[in-house]
Design a protein around this ligand. Structure first.
Ligand code: ZN
Length: 501
């Protein structure tokens, strides 16, 4: 191995150490930190982010990347060595365009905005976050300004989470999906909604957490290299490939909240836990894109975790855990309850059929705000109008309207939401590729066994980390580009058995 490659790895590990320390401080901020720690914590995270950025954009790394060009070309494209140099160079070239001073400012702002949001949302106080959000929009535009030559001002922001994706590709893709989805939503919501009263009983927190933990352990989430804690807005984070954590929130009167957020975040976490351990501490040790990451969470949450076969195995266990609440509730009633389709207010609670409509309006608002056609001061009102038009109901307040998601209050505007819909599309496309390789997967799921599915994902999706771009990975794994048909086929097959479509 080239000694310059070793030198590069040493520097990359130092950058990673700083980033992982910042991630640990963020995890603490959103789980256990008392409110009094907020101000200093924001500064601490910003300092680490600045140091990591300065180190990563140092001349030393730039020189090594230049010196390594001949070595890179002597290795095959998919080799670990060439991939490490290629992906590091791509990230380096992006990072050097962004001044360290900006990174510190944006990170500190994000921490402050998050604190404002945590009190403004319960208080339904959009006015309190407005100045913050206006600053976030300015910072988002400033970010794009570091990448002159873009076609749409959102492109550099989208590119940062879904590399290679552009507003001009997303708009027609989402428009096509929307056109196909609306008739399905209309056909289903023309019927009375499923009765989900069985999920809205008192379920003690400790038993809820224990039941979810049992399932994800069976899925393949490794608690020796992870743990679960409670938070306001569930997420997955990692401090190394040996420490990949998930969070959840529990509602004692809603069984689905903690259960499905646990399955979701475990899907993200198994991806990270499954990355080739040799990539530890380098830019290869992360997911391929936001969309591919979300495909993994949605696959385990929905395609597996909300399937009939899965509950044929797990429902008797759930009934045994909650005999008073569910002992007399038949499986069919429970299955319909967890797959209830309705026009609802909250994206994270939305069913599989309406979910993407929630995402599309957010993407449009991001593009409009960045373009300057929607002012932050008009966002809350615009949200109410668009929501009524798309989902047929008007949010009664901003708490469950423009204030509901953490994203714009903990990061930038632009690039925050498209990954959710790309993930839904890819979850079905990857699952059908897994089924083609292992036709036994559905019958294994009916027996609470996930080895074939987890093994296929580990080999094909998890292990390469970010060695391949999302389009490359999709091509390698499914033999073609991303498509909307597998997802629509999946929805039609599943929901035509539940509703007359
Ligand atoms: Zn997710």
């Amino acid at each position: 191995m080239d000694d310059k490659l070793t030198a590069l790895q040493v520097l990359l590990h130092e950058v990673d150490d700083l980033n992982m320390a910042a991630a640990l401080l963020s995890w603490d901020q959103t789980t256990y930190m008392p409110p009094g720690g907020a101000e200093a914590r924001g500064r601490q995270i910003a300092t680490l982010a600045r140091l990591a950025h300065e180190k990563f954009t140092s001349e030393a790394i730039g020189r090594l990347l230049d010196d390594l060009r001949p070595y890179e070309s002597s290795q095959s494209y998919a080799s670990d060595e060439a991939s490490l140099i290629r992906v590091t160079r791509r990230e380096y070239e992006r990072a050097v365009k962004v001044p360290a001073e900006y990174v510190a400012r944006a990170t500190a702002h994000a921490a402050a905005a998050y604190q404002v949001w945590t009190t403004a949302r319960p208080a339904n106080d959009f006015a309190a976050v407005r100045p913050c959000l206006e600053q976030t929009l300015d910072l988002s535009r400033e970010y794009s300004s570091f990448f002159p030559g873009y076609r749409h001002i959102a492109d550099p922001l989208i590119d940062a989470s879904d590399y290679g994706m552009k507003a001009a590709m997303l708009r027609p893709l989402f428009a096509e999906l929307r056109q196909q989805l609306l008739p399905i939503v209309q056909a289903i919501t023309a019927h009375p909604p499923a009765d989900d009263a069985c999920l809205k009983q008192p379920f003690p927190e400790a038993q809820q957490l224990a039941f979810g933990a049992d399932i994800i352990r069976q899925y393949g989430y490794d608690f020796e290299r992870g743990r679960q804690d409670k938070t306001l807005h569930p997420f997955m984070t990692k401090f190394s490939l040996g420490d990949v954590r998930i969070t959840t929130r529990v509602k004692e009167h809603d069984l689905s909240e903690a259960l499905f957020s646990t399955l979701h975040e475990a899907g993200h976490a198994m991806y990270e836990q499954g990355i080739n351990r040799a990539y530890e501490g380098t830019p290869l040790a992360t997911g391929a894109s936001a969309g591919v990451h979300e495909s993994q969470s949605r696959l385990w949450e929905n395609i597996v975790g909300r399937s009939l076969g899965f509950w044929q195995h797990y429902y008797p266990k759930l009934q045994a855990a909650f005999p008073q609440q569910l002992g007399a509730v038949p499986l069919d009633t429970f299955y319909r309850a967890i797959n209830k389709v309705q026009r609802s207010l909250i994206r994270t609670d939305a069913d599989e059929v309406t979910y993407n409509l929630h995402v599309m309006l957010r993407l449009d608002f991001e593009l409009d705000m960045l373009e300057g056609t929607l002012a932050v001061r008009n966002l809350a009102e615009a949200w109410r109008e668009r929501f009524a038009a798309d989902l047929g109901i008007t949010p009664p307040d901003d708490r469950d309207g423009a204030l509901q998601d953490v994203h714009w209050f903990s990061g930038l505007i632009g690039g925050a939401f498209q990954g959710y819909t790309l993930g839904n599309l890819l979850s079905a496309q990857f699952y059908s590729a897994a089924l083609a390789a292992h036709p036994s997967i559905p019958s294994e799921i009916e027996h609470g066994q996930f080895g074939a599915l987890h093994g296929w994902l580990a080999e094909n999706i998890y292990a390469p980390g970010s060695k391949f771009t999302a389009p490359e990975l999709i091509e390698r794994v499914t033999g073609g580009p991303m498509r909307i048909e597998p997802y629509l086929d999946y929805l039609r097959a599943k929901y035509s058995a539940l509703y007359p479509l």
